[in-house]
Each structure stands twice: as structure tokens, then as C-alpha cells.
Design a protein around this ligand. Structure first.
Ligand SMILES: C[S@@+](CC[C@H](N)C(=O)[O-])C[C@H]1O[C@@H](n2cnc3c(N)ncnc32)[C@H](O)[C@@H]1O
Ligand code: SF4
Length: 358
């Protein structure tokens, strides 16, 4: 939800607490927007995303990145690497080095369900991130919470939590969150909102709803339900991993962006075993850029492999033959002509940017 919409909603509801909370997010949102619209990328990542585990308690059929090992196979069972959890010493090393390198945010989520990580360790990481000046955030299916765990998370100082809930009745929810119980996640969201209030916490909560063919008719009702619970609601567009699940309403279609991609400059993505990859779409290590067990974050970021990858991505329109395989089928950045931009114009812009990119 945009800043203005959220602000207006709170004013309309005469919710002073909400107005203040929204205003406090302004500096961070401004920074993010500036990054988004800049024609040049930042030269240091602002965020590091770590895969505490790539195991999952659910089996969402559309999931690009989930690895599931409890139920029968669906598409994401094809993940071509081992399942495991991150070693705590590695987590501590990442937090320390990320802070030293000037990274601002640590996302405790990549593939899999982060709340499957040992609870005590999860809480320790939130505290440690805070002590090092990092903002810890998490995306979760929200099913593994209970009031005691939720309170511990709030008290530890989590900055933001996004609940992934793609339906507002059991029959629709379970089509997408296969193996999940809507009632359970509903109660967990409601309890979390209550606990945040009780603890006077600034934890930002979101109900994220991916718009799909089978649930788009529930979006308005889900938004009303979220309002009743008191949790901000956002519709996420679907990265079209399964064509049949693309929603009918074009308003909910993902907006593609013309190449070249700058996302590789904004965040680093770390598998549970310490391997660094450039992007959330690198599911099975097509572009491994180093391992944090062996080198520091800074060494990897400034290392040969990363520099080479950035060059190939930056020159994708000029030397398409060198473009990484990973990027050729990107679900976000597409050829300029696909979004109505003349390819020659896009190429000229790309040429002009080259001297400023590193
Ligand atoms: C891979 S999940 C991992 C975290 C957690 N298990 C969850 O479901 O929230 C990370 C995020 O990607 C979202 N996601 C997964 N597949 C997606 C797709 N095809 N399009 C858009 N978002 C997707 C999930 O809803 C979640 O918000
Ligand atoms: S809960 Fe998250 S990681 Fe697990 S299958 Fe669903 S989207 Fe993927």
C-alpha cells in the first residue's frame, strides 16, 4: 500500500496511532523509492537476505523458491540443491560483517519457511541484528506462530513481519497454501496485532495476498477482514510461474520493467550453506558468487565473480550473448520492446550509463 493511501486510510478511520506509525516510516520509504527510481544503481547493497532454512511446512504450487520435503512432489520439489539450515556461527558472522559493510536491513527469509528455524536461535538473531544496528524483517506463512513465540519475537525487536496468506476461506486458501489451515493463520495474525499493541512495539505487520486466478474474487473481502483485525493489507502481484494461475483482472498483473536490471546492486542473497547468489530468482545456484564461510561479505561483493556478473548484466542489451542464463528468463526485467520502449533507445541509455556502473 502506498504511503498516501495508508495515511489517508488512517485519517479516514480517525486512527491517530496509525497516522503516527505511518509517518514514522516516511524516511525509510523515501530512501527505498529514491533507489527504485534512480537511473543509476547504488554501489553497496542496502539489504542482505539469508536463508535460515530451505525446508518448508507447506507445499504452495506456485512457489518459485520453496523447497518442500514433507508432502508429495509439486513443481518446487525440483530444487536442485541440498536441504538444510544455516549454522548459527555463520549467521553471527553475516550479521557482524553486514553491519560493518554498511548494510541496513537483514531479511531473515529467502527460500523455505524461516519460522522452521530453531525458535531460540531465531530470537537470538533478531536481537543480534538489532544490537548491530540492522533492521531485521521476515516473510512467513505465519502458521508456526503461537502467542508465546509471537511475544518473544516482538520483544526481541523484529522490525517488520509479512504474513503470506492468499485466500480468506479455507477452500481457497488451501489451494494456494497447500497443507495450511486458514483458521490457524487468521488467529496468529490477530494475536500478533494484539501483542504488538500490548508491548507498545513499533513492529510493522502486513497481510500479503498474492493475486491469483483462484483467489482474485476474494481480495476485497480479505481487505475488509484485515481491517477488522487491524493489520495493513497488500496485494502482491504474481511472478508468473504457472500460467493458469495468472489472475484475469489486468490490474493485478505484474508490471514488467525494461532491462537492464539494477536489483543486483540492492541486495545480496545467501543460501543456508553460505553461498551468495545475486537475486531471489536464482533458485538453484546458477550464479554462485562466493561463500561467506570462506570470505567476508565485502570481499565477495568486490570480488571478480560479482564484478563479472555485474558487467554481463549491465551490458545485456549491448552484448546479449554474454547475458547470464539466469537473467534471460527473468520474470521482472524484460526486453525493452515488450514494455513499449524502442530497443535502440534502451541501448543508447545503456551505453551512456556504462562509465558510471561498476
Ligand atoms: C518463498 S517465500 C518464503 C517465505 C515464507 N515461506 C512465505 O511463504 O512467506 C517468500 C515470499 O515469496 C512469495 N512468493 C512465492 N512464490 C511467489 C510467486 N510466484 N509470485 C509472487 N510471490 C511469490 C511468498 O508469498 C513470500 O511472500
Ligand atoms: S510457504 Fe513459502 S516457501 Fe513454503 S512453499 Fe509456500 S511460498 Fe514456498
Amino acid at each position: 500500500m502506498s504511503f498516501i493511501t495508508e495515511f489517508n486510510q488512517h485519517v479516514h478511520d480517525r486512527n491517530l496511532e496509525g497516522v503516527v506509525k505511518t509517518l514514522k516510516t516516511l524516511p525509510e520509504r523515501t530512501r527505498t523509492k529514491l533507489n527504485e527510481y534512480s537511473t543509476l544503481p547504488p554501489f553497496k547493497p542496502t539489504r542482505i537476505c539469508i536463508e535460515l532454512t530451505n525446508r518448508c511446512n507447506l507445499n504452495c504450487p506456485f512457489c518459485l523458491v520453496g523447497q518442500q520435503d514433507l508432502q508429495e512432489s509439486v513443481a518446487h520439489d525440483d530444487l536442485n540443491r541440498d536441504t538444510g539450515g544455516m549454522d548459527m556461527d555463520l549467521c553471527r558472522k553475516i550479521i557482524k560483517e553486514a553491519s560493518q559493510f554498511g548494510i541496513q536491513e537483514i531479511m531473515l527469509t529467502f527460500q523455505g519457511e524461516p519460522l522452521m528455524f530453531k525458535r531460540q536461535n531465531f530470537i537470538e538473531l533478531i536481537k543480534l541484528a538489532r544490537q548491530h544496528g540492522l533492521q531485521p524483517i521476515v516473510f512467513t506463512n505465519g502458521l508456526l506462530l503461537d502467542p508465546a513465540f509471537s511475544r518473544a519475537i516482538v520483544k526481541a525487536g523484529l522490525h517488520a513481519m509479512r504474513f503470506s496468506v492468499d485466500g480468506m476461506t479455507q477452500d481457497v486458501y488451501e489451494l494456494n497454501r497447500v497443507g495450511g489451515t486458514f483458521e490457524k493463520v487468521y488467529h496468529n495474525m490477530r494475536d500478533m496485532v494484539q501483542i504488538v499493541k500490548e508491548e507498545g512495539s513499533s513492529l510493522q505487520l502486513w497481510w500479503q495476498f498474492i493475486a491469483l486466478r483462484n483467489n482474485e474474487h476474494q481480495i476485497d473481502e480479505a481487505r475488509d477482514m484485515a481491517k477488522k483485525i487491524g493489520i495493513p493489507f497488500i496485494v502482491k502481484t504474481f511472478a508468473e510461474s504457472i500460467p493458469e494461475l495468472v489472475p484475469k483482472n489486468p490490474e493485478y498483473h505484474r508490471k514488467h520493467i525494461s532491462k537492464t536490471c539494477h536489483d543486483i546492486y540492492r541486495a545480496m542473497w545467501v543460501y543456508w550453506n553460505g553461498d551468495v547468489v545475486p537475486c531471489c530468482y536464482d533458485l538453484d545456484g546458477k550464479e554462485r558468487l562466493g561463500n561467506i564461510n570462506e570470505n567476508t561479505i565485502e570481499e565477495i561483493w568486490n570480488g571478480k565473480k560479482y564484478k563479472n556478473l555485474r558487467k554481463r548484466v549491465n551490458e545485456a542489451l549491448i552484448h546479449p550473448e554474454n547475458e547470464p542464463e539466469l537473467c534471460k528468463g527473468c520474470l521482472k526485467y524484460v526486453a525493452p520492446e515488450k514494455v513499449g520502449i524502442h530497443p535502440e533507445l534502451a541501448k543508447i541509455k545503456s551505453y551512456l550509463q556504462q562509465p558510471f556502473l561498476k
